[in-house]
Design a protein around this ligand. Structure first.
Ligand SMILES: [Fe+2]
Length: 345
């Protein structure tokens, strides 16, 4: 009998599981051959699975592609953020199960780097910036944590902190939060309060730990002391907050350019390397940029002289200026300063 992958949201009672399903500790929660019922389907969804393998007895089960499933899950998480923030703003208790479900489902995707990077740049609903930003920062932080070799428990706290890092924004007056133009000094002071407001809210939630709370409180602190709310420097800034800072800046920069022409990621890398030098934790920022940039090896680009080339090597000391092969010539953009990448093709 054929085995097919189906989205957990398309699972129906009566379907037969074609492969053992394990929980995060390696214990079987649903054995191969089990016939699904509503309770089991709910349980599988709650545990954060996005797809399972079932037997196709009728030949009419539609197999879901990885990217479709990824997008479906992203939308599901978007709804979770909305409902969590809505509950908090109404003074209700946080739905801890919903937070757990969203963060666990993100962690099941930890090895799908390319889907994460692509989805983040595509999924930007207008007017829903805060929701999408919460998920993007959680997933980007998760990738950084993975590249820094975090274990599962540290990753879980990191993803939760990324997911909740801006919850304090529900205490910022909406006319300031959604102001289309630049903020004046008083308005900016109001926005700055979101770190402490988020920390105080999260402190009352069950199951929060220091990694999560410090991540929320300190994500706008900068290594040189220029950040807020306390102007902390260097190692006094918690590791979780240093990671969230990188993810936060990257997501904000790529989304600012949404309605302009297609983002040139190398411009973003250059800004992070130059403008944020000394402000972001060097090891964290470098690990992130080096790994993200490696996805562009093999991509075609247009150079500022009009020539087309292929990215063949990322220079770890100058990530924004890789080596490009154009008409059998290798151009090292780190030394050829007069040239730059202007477009991804
Ligand atoms: Fe923030």
């Amino acid at each position: 009998m054929k085995k097919v992958f189906v989205s957990v949201f398309d699972c129906k009672p009566g379907m037969k599981v074609a492969e053992d399903i394990f929980n995060e500790y390696g214990a079987i929660i649903v054995a191969e051959g089990t016939v699904l019922d509503d309770y089991m389907i709910d349980r599988i969804i709650q545990l954060g699975f996005t797809r399972i393998r079932v037997y196709d007895t009728t030949g009419d089960i539609i197999e879901a592609s990885d990217s479709e499933l990824f997008r479906a899950q992203y939308n599901e998480n978007l709804n979770s953020v909305k409902s969590i923030l809505h509950d908090i703003s109404k003074g209700k208790e946080i739905d801890r199960i919903r937070v757990d479900h969203a963060t666990s489902s993100m962690l099941t995707r930890i090895n799908e780097n390319r889907d994460i990077v692509n989805t983040i740049s595509e999924m930007r609903a207008a007017g829903e910036y805060l929701y999408a930003h919460s998920i993007n920062v959680a997933m980007l932080s998760m990738l950084i944590g993975k590249w820094l070799k975090y274990d599962y428990h540290k990753l879980k706290s990191l993803v939760t902190a990324g997911f909740l890092h801006d919850i304090g924004k529900i205490r910022v007056p909406p006319e300031i939060l959604n102001k289309p133009g630049p903020l004046d000094e008083d308005e900016f002071e109001e926005v700055k309060k979101h770190c402490m407001a988020g920390y105080k809210l999260a402190e009352t939630f069950p199951g929060m730990n220091e990694d999560i709370l410090k991540g929320i409180l300190q994500h706008h602190e900068r290594q040189d002391g220029s950040g807020y709310p306390f102007g902390l420097t260097g190692d006094r800034i918690h590791e979780t907050a240093r990671i969230i800072a990188v993810a936060d800046i990257y997501d904000a920069m790529t989304s600012n350019r949404l309605y302009k022409e297609r983002v040139c990621p190398f411009d973003v890398f250059e800004t992070i390397e130059k403008d944020y030098f000394g402000k972001l934790d060097h090891r964290t920022a470098n690990t992130f940029l080096k790994n993200i940039a490696s996805y562009y090896i093999g991509e075609l680009v247009r150079l500022s002289n009009g020539n087309i080339g292929e990215i063949v090597h990322i220079n770890p000391y100058n990530i924004a200026r890789p080596i490009v092969k154009s008409e059998s010539t290798y151009i090292d953009l780190a030394t050829e300063k007069s040239l730059k990448i202007v477009e991804m093709l």
